[in-house]
Design a protein around this ligand. Structure first.
Ligand SMILES: [Zn+2]
Length: 330
């Protein structure tokens, strides 16, 4: 648009009535979302600057794609590509809205539910859900290998196993003669019978190892079981030989410390025993557990098959990864 056209356009805004102002605002917001998404995706190609098909760096500008993103033609193989080609978001129809969803997932405030976000973006909730799974696959593969040093705190938190969406109870009720009752209790069993059922429930609780040091490195990792040897095996590559370990008295931590001659401070879980001495405590991992609980709570017990995705999602949020960097890593 020419300079004086823009002037005229802006002047015309003065004559809008309240309803029209509302419309204009929505329109501008949509346009901004779109242009920001395009800038983020284009930043990705600028950075890489090579053909996703043959790796050739020679290229020329070749118009724009349907979504207005710069397209290039490779000087080597003559194929055309854009910043989205070959990435996890390459086949998404509305990259602009995907970026909104991604920002919602990684932003500073708590993420919205799939349903709410779908309503806001006027999309089907399954689309949002699919996008969320795509983000899980992106952040899951770009593992930020945390490296720990100094005083290292470790502990486990637990997530109840969930076969949400699996239909195993539905199948049982449809044909109780032939399809046995699933072995694990249902959600309602936990709430109505509460404590009575606590015994033996631990096998439905999936352990998540959390590790933190005083330099800000953080890690959440799902463990296959609660055995000491499992904890020890998971911890081994994380803890350098000169580190100081703070943990509860679990066998895994004890034998890790013994095997590597680590200085080890055992911290109790009861009030008054939580600090071994001065700065030897596990308050950072405890606050990670609180953060995990708060983060996971709105999802009402995510299906176990997606739990790793949720854990990585929290880890990426905790590390403060910028949305654009998350897709650039893909
Ligand atoms: Zn090429």
């Amino acid at each position: 648009m020419l300079h004086h056209d823009i002037r005229r356009f802006l002047d015309a805004l003065d004559d809008l009535n309240p309803a029209q102002i509302e419309d204009a605002q929505t329109k501008i917001r949509d346009l901004r979302q779109k242009s920001e998404a395009i800038l983020e995706i284009e930043a990705r190609t600028k950075q890489e600057h090579k053909c996703p098909f043959c790796g050739d760096k020679r290229r020329q500008k070749w118009g724009r794609t349907r979504t207005k993103i710069q397209r290039y033609r490779c000087g080597g193989c003559q194929k055309t590509y854009s910043g989205r080609t070959g990435s996890a978001i390459g086949r998404i129809y509305r990259p602009d809205l995907f970026m909104v969803a991604l920002r919602d997932m990684l932003g500073a405030s708590a993420p919205q539910s799939v349903r709410k976000l779908a309503r806001e973006l006027k999309l089907n909730k399954y689309t949002i859900w699919r996008w969320r799974m795509i983000v899980f696959s992106i952040v899951g593969s770009s593992s930020v290998a945390a490296s720990f040093s100094g005083i290292i705190e470790a502990d486990e938190t637990y997530q109840r196993e969930s076969r949400k969406g699996s239909c195993e109870w539905v199948r049982h009720f449809a044909d109780p003669q032939n399809i046995p009752k699933p072995p694990r209790p249902r959600w309602e069993d936990f709430t109505t019978q509460g404590l009575k059922m606590m015994r033996g429930l631990s096998r439905w609780q999936l352990p998540i190892l959390t590790v933190a040091d005083r330099g800000g490195a953080r890690l959440f990792r799902r463990l296959p079981d609660r055995k000491g040897v499992t904890v020890e095996r998971a911890m081994k590559p994380l803890v350098p030989g000169d580190a100081v370990l703070c943990s509860d008295g679990g066998n895994g931590y004890r034998s890790l410390a013994a095997a590597y001659g680590l200085e080890h401070f055992v911290v109790g879980s009861k009030p008054g025993t939580r600090v071994a001495a001065g700065c030897y405590h596990i308050q950072n991992v405890n606050s990670l557990h609180a953060r995990y609980g708060k983060f996971i709570e709105p999802f009402c017990g995510p299906a176990t098959k997606n739990l790793n995705g949720y854990i990585r999602w929290l880890e990426v949020r905790t590390a403060g990864v910028r949305p654009a960097d998350a897709i650039r890593a893909s």
